[in-house]
Design a protein around this ligand. Structure first.
Ligand SMILES: Nc1ncnc2c1ncn2[C@@H]1O[C@H](COP(=O)(O)OP(=O)(O)OP(=O)(O)O)[C@@H](O)[C@H]1O
Length: 544
């Protein structure tokens, strides 16, 4: 708007303002009163200056109206021109000054009420559950005379369509109880309140008990911090707690949907037997990834991370997946590619996966025969091929191997445009034969971290010995250490030996004998191989 336009707006505003004042002057006693007093003084011969006073009064009114008009104008311009942060800071400053000037030491407080029951009926307000769970972590039991224990339902924040809930016991405040929390230097007060359920009385609702609520109060000047940052923080913390307390689930694909069961795999990074340096690098990588929401946004990459776990059978690849799920408490989505008929089904399954979850594809080398997948991909990339657009997928026009799912379809989800349809996802591929994998899968950026799960080393054995017997040392450990450096034995084999007895003297002996036996066999095999090579060499020399 140009200066002329602004002037017109101001004029319109002023004339509107004056008309309004004229209409409402009789309703403003202080103006009427002063005006009447002034007229009486003038009528009483209060000097020829009476007209001047009236003029001065009119001028004052006009000035006030102009100031108001400018304020309105400045406000609307600020709304247009200033960034949100600057306006929030200005609001905060104004509230602060108001609190100082008006308050005479007493600050204006705002209260946010979170009721347990929704007004409309029996339904629980989930915000109340979340706030109560959060407040439980801020209660100092030593500072409160009366507290109560309550059972709280921990709903799986990722469970869709019900299910996936368990119970948890938490500390709660009694009605009237107060606790404070400090966030970003601002003090917030939580009060537990119980009121009579007047509205429901006599209405046959059956829900006539007292109404519970939690009240969050804070200084008015911190309203922005409260609503923009503190409340979201409380909710996110409560959701994280629920995620940590929930029973983990493992989902398997059947047709085009996932079916989950509770999964109690006890493997953690503490119980996982592997080279400690490698273990710590995985934990550090996971932790870094989980903290990097803003970082991924900033660099314009989908917030996901891929891990390729490879190594001989029984070296703990599945156990590592369980440990990775237990670490941030993520559900596992175990994708059986042999059950997926078409890329469109794969799309559907992957889109249905919630954030904060692990997609697991085991034995990826068996899912795609490199040559066959290339052949299949060629057919599916044929512009005439249309079966992906159809749900049931009519038979492709070219004879395909019985599965229409391709490596390129899968890779599209891993780092193509589709990869952005979810956040904070971990993708894990496992294989016993890394060398058999398609190079497209191994290319940098696809699987961010390649983790070798190898044979049992001395450090890994110490973890297993602690897991099974809670010991760090034993007279036979020296011999076992020596043998482990000479033979290849998987942690699964070692576990099997240790599991044979609970007797700490018996189990290591069984293991030492097993390792000795392996060593003998290895020596015999090496001897046989040497003899065979020599025989072949002799035959070759004789034939020459
Ligand atoms: N690194 C390990 N740490 C602790 N336990 C292990 C480890 N490796 C194997 N085990 C034990 O051996 C069992 C089998 O291991 P797991 O299934 O994790 O191996 P894997 O490498 O996934 O095998 P496969 O390649 O055959 O699927 C586990 O249940 C566990 O008891």
């Amino acid at each position: 708007m140009g200066p002329r336009g602004q002037h017109n707006v101001r004029k319109q505003y002023l004339s509107r303002e004056r008309r309004h004042q004229a209409r409402t002057s009789s309703r403003q006693p202080w103006i009427t009163c002063r005006w009447w007093r002034h007229r009486r003084w003038a009528a009483a011969g209060g000097g020829g200056g009476g007209g001047k006073v009236v003029d001065a009064y009119k001028k004052a009114l006009a000035t006030a109206a102009s100031a108001a008009a400018y304020a309105v104008l400045a406000r609307s311009m600020a709304r247009e021109l200033l960034p949100d942060e600057l306006r929030a800071a200005a609001r905060w400053g104004a509230a602060f000054v108001r609190a100082r000037l008006l308050g005479l030491g007493e600050r204006e407080r705002h209260v946010l009420v979170i009721r347990r029951q929704k007004d409309t009926g029996y339904n629980e307000n989930h915000l109340f559950e979340a706030a109560r769970a959060y407040v439980a972590t801020r209660i100092d039991p030593r500072a409160m005379r009366r507290l109560c224990l309550a059972r709280s339902r921990v709903k799986d924040p990722d469970a869709s369509g019900g299910g996936g809930s368990s119970w948890n016991t938490i500390l709660c405040m009694e009605p009237g109880g107060v606790t404070t929390d400090v966030f970003d230097g601002v003090e917030f007060k939580w009060t537990s309140v119980e009121t009579e359920n007047e509205g429901k009385k006599g209405k046959g609702s059956g829900n006539s008990g007292p109404l519970e609520s939690l009240e969050l109060s804070f200084d008015a000047e911190h309203a922005d911090v409260a609503l923009d940052r503190y409340v979201p923080f409380v909710m996110a913390t409560a959701e994280d707690m629920m995620r940590r307390d929930r029973a983990l689930r493992i989902f398997m694909n059947e047709g085009r949907s996932w079916h989950g069961i509770t999964h109690h795999h006890p493997a953690t990074f503490d119980t996982l037997a592997m080279d400690p340096a490698r273990k710590h690098s995985i934990i550090a990588d996971l932790d870094r990834f989980l903290k990097r929401r803003e970082y991924y946004r900033r660099i314009g990459k989908a917030w996901k991370r891929g891990y390729l776990l490879y190594g001989p059978p029984g070296t703990g690849k599945s156990s590592l997946v369980a440990a990775m799920a237990n670490h941030p408490r993520f559900n596992i989505y175990d994708l059986d590619l042999s059950e997926v008929r078409l890329n469109s089904f794969l799309q559907r399954l992957l889109i249905a996966m919630p954030n904060k979850s692990i997609l697991l594809i085991e034995d990826i080398d068996c899912c795609f025969d490199a040559a066959a997948s290339r052949e299949t991909a060629d057919v599916l990339e044929d512009p005439d091929y249309t079966s992906d657009s159809d749900d049931e997928g009519p038979a492709p026009r070219t004879a395909l191997p019985n599965k229409g799912i391709t490596l390129s379809g899968l890779l599209n989800f891993i780092d193509g445009l589709w990869s952005t349809c979810g956040e904070e996802r971990i993708i894990v591929f496992t294989t016993n034969y890394k060398d058999r994998l398609d190079t497209a899968l191994l290319r940098p950026g696809r699987m961010d971290m390649h983790v070798y799960m190898g044979y049992c080393c001395w450090e890994a054995f110490k973890t297993l010995a602690w897991n099974y017997f809670l010991v760090n040392d034993h007279p036979l450990f020296g011999e076992i250490q020596e043998l482990l450096s000479q033979v290849e034995v998987t942690p699964a084999e070692v576990s099997e030996m240790l599991l044979r007895s609970e007797d700490i003297d018996f189990a290591p002996r069984v293991l030492a004998e097993f390792l000795q036996d392996k060593k003998q066999r290895k020596r015999k095999e090496a001897e046989r191989a040497r003899r065979e090579t020599e025989d072949k060499k002799n035959v070759a020399e004789e034939s020459v």
